[in-house]
Design a protein around this ligand. Structure first.
Ligand code: GUN
Length: 292
């Protein structure tokens, strides 16, 4: 069993990005600039956005954080999106989700210029990804395939089972795994809440991607000997021994599953750190106009 060290890979990639930014700056080019819009004070969102700002510093990017209170109107938020779309100094930006209930997330996502949509949530980017065109791929799926690539996990002709059909992980990672080339060319099955006999399906998987958001759902009896297991779960469970008062739990029963695997990602330190680094990569792509 080999542990997939997402923390180490993410540090390597940040160093690669930082070197590229150094080269750009030496050539007289502007530093890449990521803006983030944060509405309200949700604990998870605060943490994610703070990590994104810190990652920008590590990569040598400029970052701007724009904050609103929970009662901001949709109209005001859309004005900000429009300003960011037109600001030539901003290469890419994100609006952190979830948004308060009186605001339509879809309306906000669709208002973002797809050329600055470094989250890859705009329908143009989602559509382009599904037909294999250059686009911003959303951060978690991009991070997963990058881990498979860096660990040379064989994917061609392999059976890949994705558990979970969310728009930001399950669906896009299934699309990437079935795409032509490496890491792709897999035979992909997507399972969800209506799947009958889940364990019988997951037991067939050479690559099992668990993205359902329910702790410890994937148990040892559901995993084939020699499988590669990617755990996307990051559920917060109370833990009074931690300063934060919680710890992260994956979707996989790691202790019992790991001995059966060729490769497995831990939680934390697996997919999580890769997600933020993928956003940094997309910002670099935006700054170099690689997506147009
Ligand atoms: N909320 C949870 N994950 C994400 C993400 O990747 N991007 C944004 N904008 N919001 C999120």
């Amino acid at each position: 069993m080999e542990l997939i060290d997402g923390k180490k890979v993410s540090q390597d990639i940040k160093a690669e990005i930082s070197a590229e930014v150094q080269r750009m700056v030496t050539n007289g080019e502007r530093r890449p600039h990521l803006a983030a819009v944060l509405v309200g004070h949700d604990g998870g969102s605060e943490t994610y956005v703070a990590s994104k700002v810190k990652a920008c510093e590590e990569c040598g990017f400029r970052s701007t954080l724009i904050r609103f209170e929970d009662d901001v109107t949709q109209e005001r938020l859309l004005e900000t999106v429009d300003e960011l779309n037109r600001d030539p100094e901003v290469d890419g930006f994100i609006v952190q989700l979830p948004l308060p209930r009186h605001i339509s997330e879809q309306a906000v996502i669709e208002a973002i210029d797809y050329r600055k949509d470094v989250d890859g949530f705009h329908p143009v980017n989602v559509g382009r990804m599904s037909i294999g065109l250059p686009c911003f791929v959303s951060a978690t799926p991009a991070g997963i395939v990058e881990l498979l690539r860096r660990y040379n996990v064989p994917t061609r002709g392999k059976k890949c089972v994705v558990v979970g059909r969310s728009n930001i992980v399950g669906k896009p990672v299934a699309t990437l795994m079935m795409q032509k080339g490496y890491p792709g060319d897999a035979t992909v099955t997507v399972c969800h809440s209506a799947t009958e006999n889940l364990a019988a399906v997951t037991r067939e998987a050479d690559i099992l991607i668990a993205a359902l958001g329910r702790p410890l759902t994937i148990t040892a009896d559901m995993v084939k000997e020699g499988a590669t297991v990617i755990d996307v779960g990051t559920t917060r469970v109370p833990d009074s021994t931690r300063k934060s008062g919680f710890r992260l739990r994956g979707d996989v029963d790691f202790d019992n599953v790991a001995p059966k695997c060729s490769f497995i990602t831990p939680v934390p330190g697996g997919v999580g750190p890769m997600t933020i680094v993928s956003l940094m990569r997309n910002t670099l792509l935006a700054a170099t106009h690689a997506i147009y």
